[in-house]
Write a protein that binds this ligand. Structure first.
Ligand SMILES: [Mg+2]
Length: 178
């Protein structure tokens, strides 16, 4: 079983774009790809967990979602092991939609992940709540909507995903030497 970092997409891995449907609008956070590569070399799985109600609302087609995803993967040097999205539109939601943990459970099953060694990183309270509902530490980043969700109970707040992943790498490297 592999340790894992679960990552929100919009506002966390890439700059926030409201209902992003055009790959030309995709901007990965600078420096993220290098940290993801580092974690994967250490044996960690990297998994995107994203709410995409724009699909359910008919604002984003599946082709557009796939095109945006492909461009993000390209900008991240393909250092991603899996990606899960939920198209549910509130208030008609299932346990897959964050803060529900359905997508995490699917990833654990599909990829053989170990939740005893896992983190969630995101820019909203629902991301922190999702991580905590799964029993794992959660980091709030200040990019995207993060500034509106300060003090939401995250185990750590970080400037951006680079600082969050550096913290995980440092913590886990120290842990492995103990
Ligand atoms: Mg987000």
């Amino acid at each position: 079983m592999r340790p894992a970092v679960f990552l929100d997409r919009d506002g966390t891995l890439m700059e926030e774009v409201n209902f992003c449907r055009d790959p030309a609008d995709v901007r990965a956070i600078p420096g993220a790809a290098g940290r993801l590569a580092h974690l994967r070399r250490l044996g960690w799985a990297i998994v995107i967990i994203t709410n995409q109600s724009g699909i359910g609302r008919g604002l984003i087609s599946m082709d557009e979602y796939e095109a945006v995803h492909a461009e993000l993967l390209r900008q991240l040097d393909y250092e991603i092991d899996g990606a899960y999205f939920c198209a549910d539109v509130p208030p008609n939601i299932t346990p897959r939609r964050k803060p529900g943990i359905g997508m995490i459970e699917e990833a654990v099953r599909d990829l053989g992940l170990d939740l005893r060694h896992a983190y969630f990183v995101g820019d909203k309270t629902i991301d922190v709540a999702c991580g905590h509902a799964a029993g794992i530490p959660a980091i709030l980043v200040h990019t995207g909507h993060g500034a509106d969700h300060l003090g939401c109970g995250a185990d750590l707040e970080a400037r951006d995903i680079v600082q969050a992943l550096d913290w995980i790498i440092a913590r886990e490297t120290i842990g492995s030497k103990a």
